[in-house]
Every structure is written in structure tokens, then in C-alpha cells.
Write a protein that binds this ligand. Structure first.
Ligand code: FMN
Length: 132
């Protein structure tokens, strides 16, 4: 099974990055930041994709990245997000992905920004579960 993990993380704490790294560890791949505009080199069965809200919206670079994904390169997307209270990034990402005809798993991973440390093992297990 081909798996990729992509994330957008902007604060100095790297909350979403830390969750991405834990998920990636669970599935045995490397987590890659979307700031490098990494295109998928081969078709993946599952793309784990995560971001966070900033003043109620996702980072513009994450939106651009999602818009740039070639639907032919992804079978299914599994989303994850971190935030203070909102899970809207998941809904917003899902909307874009679905409009591109990309299948999105209903289940997603959420970690509150102040509970990242205690969510790392859970994120790792989530990754494992989603590919099993
Ligand atoms: C400028 C700024 C705006 C934010 N706006 C929101 C928001 O509208 N809703 C929310 O739930 N969290 C908000 N947060 C919290 C972030 O989504 C949260 O800290 C997230 O974990 C950041 O992820 P990152 O460290 O990967 O960038 C905001 C944080 C910052 C720094």
C-alpha cells in the first residue's frame, strides 16, 4: 500500500507538524510539509493531509496545495487537524477535495493545540488503524 503524509504547520509550536510526524511514524513514511510544494511522485492509496485554522480559515498555501492535487494520484484522503476550538479546517478541506472528485474518509484525527504531547501516541495508532 502506498501512503503519503502532507501537512501545513505555521506556528512556532509546530502542532500540526508534530501530529503529522506521529501519524507518519505509525504508517512508516516521512511527513512532508506542503511549504516545499511536494507533488506526489506516484499514485498513493491513502494521503494523510492536515492543517489548522488561523483566524477561522486555513492557510492560503494549504488551500493552494489542495487545489493543486491531481485527483488521479490519490485514491483516498484521511484528514487531521489541530486548533484551539474549531474543526472547520477538516470541513473546508473535505469540501475542496470532494469538489475535485477525491474520496475523503469520514473519520479524521483532531488534537487540541494544548494537548499535542498527550495525543502523539493516539495519532500514531490512528495512522496504523487507517491503513489496516
Ligand atoms: C494567528 C492565529 C489565529 C488562530 N485562529 C484560530 C481560529 O480561528 N480557530 C481555532 O480554533 N484556533 C485558532 N488558532 C489556533 C491554531 O489553529 C492552533 O494553535 C494550531 O494548533 C496551530 O497549528 P500549527 O502549530 O501547526 O501552526 C489560531 C492561532 C494563531 C496563531
Amino acid at each position: 500500500m502506498k501512503i503519503a503524509v502532507r501537512y501545513c504547520s505555521k506556528t512556532q509550536f509546530g502542532n500540526t507538524r508534530r501530529i503529522a510526524v506521529a501519524i507518519a511514524e505509525g504508517v512508516g513514511v516521512r511527513a512532508v510539509s506542503i511549504t516545499a510544494k511536494p507533488q506526489l511522485e506516484e499514485k498513493v492509496d491513502i494521503l494523510f493531509l492536515g492543517g489548522a485554522p488561523y483566524a477561522n480559515i486555513m492557510a492560503p498555501e494549504l488551500r493552494d496545495y489542495v487545489n493543486s492535487i491531481d485527483p488521479a494520484m490519490v485514491s483516498k484522503v484521511v484528514l487531521f487537524t489541530t486548533s484551539n476550538w474549531s474543526k472547520r479546517t477538516v470541513l473546508a478541506l473535505k469540501k475542496i477535495l470532494k469538489s475535485k472528485g477525491i474520496s475523503v474518509c469520514d473519520e479524521f484525527f483532531y488534537a487540541h493545540m494544548l494537548k499535542i504531547d498527550e495525543k502523539l501516541e493516539e495519532a500514531k495508532a490512528f495512522g496504523k488503524k487507517m491503513i489496516s
